[in-house]
Design a binder for this molecule. Structure first.
Ligand SMILES: [Cu+2]
Length: 401
């Protein structure tokens, strides 16, 4: 292009923007997916058959760990009640409208046989260096384990494009009547980097509350085991992904995004998180939904006080449940495990058994996981906090915490 042509092109653009100024609050660009599915859901919407619409926002942020380290993460967050708060364009808007970033993202719970809309908004990155190569990246949601059609399976360009900053995409989901159990959602773009960076959340599908695969339980805990390399994350933030996908060397091994701290009063320790400290009363049955996200770490879930009955895995009921006290779980797997807490006060046959009121630990028995930043026991460890029946809150639904 000649100098003159360049100049006239610039003048043309200046005149164009003077006539049609860019709106300061432009709507997000909506990526249209499968037309047939969109039409079917529009009919369901008119008939009032959409159970709920969830709005998930992807962004970056720092999360403080129990050892005082701040780790740079990417992840899924949302506004209160997963409401639509429109486009996020500044750090201030993000702080104002969205909950702080959490890894893993908050659980999404769906009911079998219902229809849902999950809208993915890309709220952009705000913590990166100006020239980082990951400043303008796209994302998707892959609903791991749900066996979906490509339009809502979250694999980029198969056939719909992934979601860049300032864009959104609607995932239209019909949950079959016969599907229940424990699943996950995660980004499927450049998956090694995006998944390991924190882009995952638990997804629960239930037919009836407090019931799974025909078994009933009193309490449930979702435990997500995962790992991160805080130094690699800083490299992404500063420079981007520079062909170092094989360089992940995790230095934090987490349980629900936290590590255990030997100072038991540390508010960020696993055991001070009501979602991670396993509280139960004598005689109760506790369901643990165990999930893992990893680069190459195989977690070995090991409670000291109890053998668990593995009743389901990867969203399917096991025809032959089996008992385990050490259960290996790799990236993408889920196990549904029932722990029957004996009624200790009515019958005590074994004086030295760790059954009954009191505390016992549960941890990763792959010892590499128990040394975040090289320090033992800073890893995925929590406690079973079994309380006497007499302490049980009268109101069945009241939280034990
Ligand atoms: Cu992503």
């Amino acid at each position: 292009m000649t100098h003159q042509k360049k100049l006239s092109a610039i003048i043309f653009l200046i005149v164009l923007f003077a006539i049609f100024p860019i709106k300061s609050h432009a709507e997000e660009k909506f990526i249209i997916g499968d037309k047939k599915l969109e039409e079917a859901f529009s009919t369901l919407h008119k008939e009032g058959q959409i159970e709920k619409e969830f709005h998930l926002y992807v962004t970056d942020g720092y999360q403080e760990m129990a050892d005082g380290e701040f780790i740079y993460f990417w992840g899924f967050t949302h506004a209160k009640e997963f409401a639509n708060v429109g486009e996020i364009k500044t750090k201030e808007e993000r702080a104002d409208k969205l909950l702080p970033l959490k890894v893993p993202g908050d659980e999404i719970r769906l009911t079998s046989g219902k229809n849902y809309v999950v809208v993915l908004h890309n709220a952009g990155w705000y913590e990166t260096e100006e020239h980082s190569g990951i400043n303008h990246v796209a994302h998707t949601i892959h609903f791991h384990g749900l066996d979906l059609i490509p339009a809502v399976d979250g694999v980029p360009d198969l056939p719909y494009p992934s979601v860049f900053p300032g864009e959104k995409y609607r995932y239209l989901l019909t949950i079959p009547d016969d599907i229940e159990g424990s699943y996950m959602g995660h980004c499927h773009v450049d998956t090694t980097n995006h998944l390991m960076a924190g882009m995952y959340f638990p997804l629960i599908i239930e037919k009836t509350p407090n019931e799974i695969y025909g078994y009933t339980f009193d309490r449930e805990y979702t435990l997500v085991l995962s790992e991160v390399d805080s130094e690699y994350m800083e490299m992404l933030r500063e420079e981007g992904n520079i062909r170092r996908g094989l360089d992940w060397k995790s230095n934090y091994f987490m349980l629900n995004g936290r590590i255990f701290m030997d100072n038991i009063h540390n508010p960020l320790s696993t055991i001070n998180d009501p979602k991670t400290r396993i509280v139960a009363y004598e005689g109760e049955t506790v369901l643990i939904r165990l999930m893992a996200i990893g680069y190459n770490h195989i977690f070995a879930w090991h409670p000291h006080g109890f053998h668990g009955l593995v009743i389901g895995t990867d969203g399917r009921k096991l025809s032959s449940p089996y008992e385990k006290d050490t259960l290996l779980i790799g990236s993408g797997e889920r196990y549904d495990i029932l722990y029957k807490i004996p009624d200790f006060s009515s019958k005590r046959e074994c004086l030295s058994c760790n059954y009954g009121p009191g505390i016992s630990i549960a941890h990763d028995h792959n010892m590499m996981g128990m040394v975040s930043q090289g320090i033992y026991p800073h890893g995925p460890m929590t406690i079973f906090d079994v309380r006497p029946k007499s302490m049980k809150p009268k109101n069945k639904n009241s939280s034990p915490h």
